[in-house]
Write a protein that binds this ligand. Structure first.
Ligand code: PLP
Length: 370
């Protein structure tokens, strides 16, 4: 990678001196994992910041998905979206459940509620939608269908840190929601994640499940897994929480610049902010209409790359096109026309807190000067 490469993301890093003084505290206490002081502090701080009742920290964003399906005793078939990161469907597969893909909506990239009912069979037990790019799903429509058929709803909210609709956290939707704190996300703990739940009893059960199922010194209540967050990353997370608002505001400014510059460009589509939604500007996807733009998505993507501007074709290919899943009846392209088209048009532009005006202009120039 050359020196002047613009990467698609850049991790938000805590102040090193502050981090060091927290490390000293950990060293003094000699308590480095298993419900340590920083771990518990971070759970409380996140619940408050995110406006949710309960948070359980995890070691990454994939294990809370796997654990949510376990905790709700989901079996048979789960309806999900192919337009996501592969971990969404993998979590279903890891539980021995069959994923059933339904198509997405053009306006948000999220699961189309109108496509859900036709995919329900007697084996269906849950729906797993994703708030793609932090855009809120149509949670009311999805919940109404779930209630009608007695299905659980688990949101993969890996992209939706801090997103609110009319002042309420989107993370409160569904039976459970999960977050990822991976280095590439808006808020990171290097690797990390969390589950959001509505009641204390569920929180307790999840806390058992992420620690092998231990409910006491000698009591194991379920075949749990090990997915605990340690003290070092919890301390890092506490420090990053202090600067995440500023980071989101910096991303917001980048989004404003991109939109102003690209609004008049023929064949480049993107989304505006939705009224009533507090966005987190986690990604800036554009959709290249090859005929109008005069260049295909891949041509633009590789041209940007030549100029050391790294976009990401996120999400391409669709999850339903990977070898594990492509044999499923619901994976056929005819079932997923909108997702197929969006996957072929999308480029996520560089988006992070550290982009300068000059950096943003370089990205824009790549797109405008063909
Ligand atoms: C990042 C991500 C995950 C997985 O999170 P990890 O922390 O990397 O395990 C799951 N789902 C979506 C949609 C993601 O973007």
């Amino acid at each position: 990678m050359s020196n002047n490469t613009l990467t698609v993301t850049s991790p938000l890093l805590p102040d090193l001196k502050e981090f060091y003084s927290m490390l000293e505290k950990i060293w003094e206490s000699k308590w480095i994992t298993n419900n340590g002081c920083f771990h518990n502090q971070l759970e409380r701080a996140l619940a408050e910041y995110l406006k949710v009742p309960y948070v359980s920290l995890f070691t990454n964003g994939t294990l809370p998905l796997i654990t949510a399906l376990q905790a709700l005793r989901i079996t048979g078939e789960v309806i999900t979206t192919p337009y996501s990161f592969v971990a969404t469907t993998h979590s279903i597969w890891w539980n021995g459940i069959r994923p059933v893909f339904v198509d997405i909506e053009r306006g948000t990239g999220n699961m189309d509620p109108n496509k859900i009912e036709a995919a329900i069979t007697p084996q269906t037990t849950a729906v797993m939608p994703v708030h793609v790019y932090g855009q809120p799903c149509k949670v009311k429509e999805i919940q109404d269908i779930a209630d009608k058929y007695g299905l659980k709803v688990i949101y993969d909210a890996a992209h939706a840190f801090g997103v609110e609709v009319d002042g309420e956290s989107i993370l409160n939707a569904g039976d459970m929601a999960t977050l990822s704190f991976h280095a590439t996300k808006v808020y990171n703990t290097i690797e990390g994640g969390a589950m959001i739940m509505h009641d204390e009893k569920t929180k307790k059960r999840i806390d058992y499940l992420k620690n092998f199922g231990f409910a006491g010194e000698t009591e194991v209540v379920a075949p749990g897994i090990n997915s605990k967050m340690d003290e070092v990353r919890s301390a890092y997370g506490l420090l990053n929480l202090k600067q995440v608002n500023a980071s989101i505001e910096a991303r917001h400014q980048v989004a404003i610049c991109y939109r102003e510059a690209l609004r008049g460009v023929n064949g480049i589509d993107f989304w505006e902010d939705t009224p009533g939604v507090k966005h987190n500007y986690s990604y800036f996807p554009i959709f290249v209409k090859a005929e109008e733009y005069g260049m295909s998505r891949d041509e633009l993507y590789f041209k940007m790359k030549e100029q050391h501007v790294l976009g990401r074709r996120y999400f391409y290919p669709l999850i339903s096109e990977f070898s594990t899943y492509r044999g499923l009846p619901s994976a056929v392209k005819e079932n997923l026309p909108v997702a197929t088209q969006m996957a072929n048009e999308v480029i996520c532009l560089p988006m992070h807190h550290a982009l300068s005006e000059k950096d943003v202009q370089r990205v824009i120039d790549c797109i405008i000067h063909k």
